[in-house]
Design a protein around this ligand. Sequence first.
Ligand code: ADP
Length: 164
Amino acid sequence: MKTKAIFAGSFDPFTLGHLDIAKRAARFFDEVTIAISTNTSKETLFTPEERFEYIQTIIEEAESSKNIHVILHTSGLTVELAEEQGAQAMVRGLRSVKDMEYEMDIASMNKTQNENVETVFLMADEKYRFISSSMIKEIAQFDGDITGMVPTLIATKMKEKFQK
Ligand code: ADP
């Protein structure tokens, strides 16, 4: 049996922390699918199509990422998507105790919806644990330095977005 995992998120924007989690998950799952949520209530900086295009390019160019795929998740619950894709697990990254409290609630709720799908937590790498998409947006908006926090393509696209 192939082991498959879904790594879902809004990825607005996709950071080096997200990339690290996807790549680490791809070391022990046969396949990892990055599912970009489009049904978020949050207003996003990049459109779903933009996020899809950028993440796809980043994954194609990254090392050891052949078993990572990117999709747009347009509607429905992540557990349903996992079931549809034949995935046994959903991967989440943990940066702090605050993340853990929030993520535990989501994981428990997901279990009530489908008890066959497990949530697997990976601790954020020490280098990336302070990075969040919302902070990246705030810094970039005021022309701050986001090198070393996001892939180069994202840094370029953010510059373009905020110069408009
Ligand atoms: P959501 O809107 O679903 O919270 P995000 O795009 O913010 O989506 O995050 C998706 C997942 O990536 C979450 O599990 C989150 O905890 C994790 N994550 C976010 N930033 C980092 C980081 N710097 N290092 C590791 N994991 C992270």
